[in-house]
Ligand binder design. Sequence first.
Ligand code: AMP
Ligand code: MG
Length: 366
Amino acid sequence: MQTKVIKIDRNNIDMKDIAYCADVIRNGGLVCFPTETVYGLGASAFNSEAVKNIYKAKGRPADNPLIVHISDYKMLELVTDCDGEQRNVLNKLAEAFWPGPLTLISHRDDAVPAEVSCGLDTVGIRFPSHPIARALIEAAGVPIAAPSANLSGKPSPTRAEHVIEDMMGRVDVIIDGGNCDVGVESTVFDIAGTKMSVLRPGAVTLEQLLSVVNTADELDWMKPHMDSDEKPRSPGLKYRHYAPNATVNIYDGVRPNLSNYIIEEIKNAKRRGFSVGVLATDESICYYKEVDGVVLSLGSLEDSLQQASNLFHCLRRFDDMGVDMVFAEAVPKGGAGDAVMNRLYRAAGGKIVTVETARDSEGHIC
Ligand code: AMP
Ligand code: MG
């Protein structure tokens, strides 16, 4: 397939380009487009053949549903089928957080083909704030179903170059609209279940949601969800995900002992012939000056939004530099920190080494 790359300036959108891309969507084609979270791989949410092609282009498992992107509240009525308390909650959350990085799981209207939700009776809906995403959906005149525009399992794309790397020859159009601001996927909040809960952490936090709804909880993302036969509430959680080619190891603990421990681990890895990468922070990067490998900073320890915005680019850079093993420092929870740790944890295949426990009998860090 020939893929056309079209550059669009988010501050000065060329509506002729948008009209072209909207035509591609209406005619059942695939368009990659920027959103404020990550790039999406979109097709008309009302065209089941086009939706099936999204799964093919990504190599996405058939039981991992897509998010439906809307650009106004008329579209919301077309895709969701809910009333009573769920409708109340939906309206309140939409007013508080849309347009923005929040996906709401509500009951699916039959107008949305089952393929979008992998047969679930619910649908994930999001109203993005990115001007290019909004212009595209508006011009298409239909809601756009879109997962992230990466090959399945890889880190989500936050820059056009990431999309080009993964999707060239697999889609009709890639819109190059610059870098995404948030950098991690939307918060997924289920309001259709018996208890409202955050299925995937993102830039909108549980605390913020609790300022609008009375009770809600968060799925324990440290629980292994991979390769299980049980039907998870957030199907995407079953798979090792967001992962670079390199093996990712996460270490949590107190600095500078944390860095010392990681440096010892790196020495072991080097002795075994592996090329190494370190994912540090602005505050800790100085400890890794002597490391013979690729050392990157996620940003300041105190700025979880900055960490989120850098995470996937850093993971992809390790691959570009041919790194075999990545040694990552855990970042503090809170704010977007939960989303960063959730993605790192899944990139690492579900394990974190806690450095405090690695002490000798006299209590010294080994
Ligand atoms: P992604 O493209 O990675 O943002 O994928 C969308 C994610 O949203 C999926 O992996 C699911 O975890 C979640 N999601 C979408 N629709 C639903 C739904 N109907 N029920 C539960 N989770 C959903
Ligand atoms: Mg994804």
